[in-house]
Ligand binder design. Structure first.
Ligand SMILES: [Ca+2]
Length: 208
């Protein structure tokens, strides 16, 4: 064996020894894992599903609930004691809640009274008062009472004046449940509106 071969053999042996040594080197992985696990256990992270469902993180998506039955006000005659510009009472029963299809009383002339004629006596269970759902119709409150009549002369108040909130994030509408009241005329008397100087309705719906 010449000198060159001896050197090569020694290098091969040295390389083999280095490989064995490297394989036997203690890995730091268990130590690191232990550290991480320790921290994770103390952090006790909030369950992701729970966090996503927390009301502070979620903006509830409003889904309108249409009252049961039929809107018997649709296409019926509505009259008011006042209106402004082109926003006449007949706009509240045309089935269009958006755009300029709304009634607005004369500004600063409360009460603004609007009366719906159902043309015959019906048993009604829900009144739905709507403004345009577009966000340009910002959140507001309107105060009104509800009265009924069979002859359009003598009215009986069935729901005293109350402040109702109209919020575009909630469909810009309010629904008032009634105990199956029989009537031909339904009247709303407005005394306040924080979004305008008079009562406003895009659609005045009555369900039976
Ligand atoms: Ca309308």
């Amino acid at each position: 064996m010449n000198k060159k071969r001896v050197i090569i053999l020694l290098l091969v042996v040295l390389n083999a020894l280095l490989s064995v040594y490297t394989l036997r080197l203690p890995t730091k992985e268990p130590v690191v894992r232990e550290t991480i696990e320790t921290h994770v256990s103390t952090l006790d992270a909030i369950d992701q599903t729970e966090a996503l469902e927390h009301p502070d993180f979620i903006k509830e998506e409003y889904v309108a609930t249409i009252p049961e039955g039929e809107n018997i006000a649709l296409g019926k005659k509505a009259t008011a004691n006042s209106f402004t510009q082109s926003y006449t009472a007949k706009k509240v029963t045309d089935g269009i809640a958006t755009g300029v299809s709304y009634w607005e009383g004369k500004p600063k002339s409360y009460p603004n009274i609007i009366t719906l004629d159902l043309e015959e006596v019906y048993s009604i269970h829900t009144i739905r008062v709507r403004l345009s759902p577009m966000s340009i119709w910002g959140k507001r409150t309107q105060d009104f009472s509800i009265s009924i009549s069979d002859d359009n002369e003598t009215f009986t108040e069935i729901v005293p004046s109350k402040q109702y909130t109209f919020d575009p994030d909630r469909g810009n509408e309010v629904q008032i449940k009634l105990d199956n009241i029989e009537t031909r005329y339904v009247q709303l008397t407005f005394t306040a509106n924080t979004g305008a100087a008079a009562g406003q309705i895009a659609e005045f719906e009555v369900y039976h």
